[in-house]
Design a protein around this ligand. Structure first.
Ligand code: ADP
Ligand code: MG
Length: 308
């Protein structure tokens, strides 16, 4: 990636100077790793029916750190599961690396999924294994049998996340923040092209949250450096972080997409969100800008309905 590419990434997706946007995206280009086009996804039938996504269109650019924000229950986790092909859209298309997921058979989906790594909300380390065995797990699952190579990768990944020499520890000996680090080491062990983080700081205090946000950035930059150093030169790293923590979003993101009421209501760099949160909005401000402002400021009053 060149500095020019970075400059392009930093530009708002729309040109009118506000973060709020609607509408669909055109078919993705080579620089899009993931494209959602008018995706609808609901669950249940009749009075039990919920439809969290009602026409979501978004692009994830190669090499960027994209953060998806939105109130609880807006379909952020559902969005990640659609990206992984763990859920199918009711209508619309999800394209990963130029391939419409609905057209893939289970083997093709498996190949694509190997390039992606998901860090779940809970972290979900295997309690019965040591830290080292946890990190080695995806390598073994991918068929690696060379124990010396596995040990080297495990040590390197643990060092990368700031947990050197913890291979022999049991996961129960780790603090909450250390568990997150170990889970991150496991999720990058298989050297993914796309890392998905679902609420990586939930349940952590603000200082630890900030440390994890730093770690996400560091991990992204280290993997990017590895890609740049790769002689084949055709790898990339893209990070997608789902969070409802504006501080984390603001820190980590090249670009923030906000979901609400089944749609994308914001798509802009963090500075644009901060601006909407701090300045007085003009009288004719659009609904989406009002929603973003309300969310950024964490206020109950506004167009976003709160369920108590
Ligand atoms: N597998 C499922 N079955 C039924 N409902 C689901 C399922 N997954 C998510 N939902 C519902 O979809 C909505 C969005 O969920 P989710 O994506 O988890 O929200 P969040 O933005 O908090 O991550 C919620 O109302 C949730 O109950
Ligand atoms: Mg969620």
């Amino acid at each position: 990636m060149t500095p020019d590419d970075l400059a392009t990434l930093a530009k708002p997706a729309n040109g009118n100077g506000t973060a709020g946007r609607t509408g669909s995206v055109a078919a993705g280009d080579r620089d899009d790793v993931i494209v959602f086009d008018n995706v609808h996804k609901g669950f249940g039938v009749g009075s039990k029916r919920t439809e969290p996504l009602r026409g979501v269109s978004l692009r994830v650019r190669r090499g960027e750190r994209l953060v998806i924000i939105g109130p609880s229950g807006t379909g952020k986790s559902v969005t990640l599961r659609l990206m992984l092909g763990l859920l199918d859209p009711d209508s619309g298309t999800v394209t990963v690396e130029g391939r419409d997921l609905s057209g893939l058979d289970i083997d093709e989906l498996g190949v694509l999924r190997k390039r992606m790594s998901m860090l779940f909300q809970s972290g979900a380390l295997f309690d019965s294994m040591t830290v080292g065995e946890n990190v080695a797990f995806p390598l073994r699952a991918a068929g690696e049998r060379d124990e010396a190579k596995i040990a080297k990768t495990v040590a390197e990944k643990l060092r990368q996340v700031g947990l050197p020499d913890t291979e022999e520890k049991m996961t129960s000996e780790l603090s909450g923040g250390m568990k997150k680090r170990a889970a991150l080491a496991r999720s990058i062990a298989s050297r993914p092209d796309i890392i998905l983080y679902d609420e990586p700081t939930t349940g952590l205090d603000p200082i630890m949250s900030d440390a994890i946000a730093e770690l996400i950035i560091e991990t992204h930059e280290k993997l990017r450096q590895e890609c740049d150093d790769d002689p084949e030169g055709n790898r990339s790293i893209t990070s997608i972080v789902v969070t409802h923590d504006m501080h984390v979003a603001s820190k980590v993101a090249d670009r923030i997409v906000m979901l609400y009421d089944g749609r994308v209501v914001g798509d802009a760099p963090p500075g644009e969100y901060r601006r909407l949160g701090s300045n007085v909005l003009p009288k004719d401000a659009g609904k989406h800008d009002q929603m973003i402002r309300q969310f950024v400021r964490g206020e109950a009053a506004g167009p976003i309905r709160t369920v108590t």
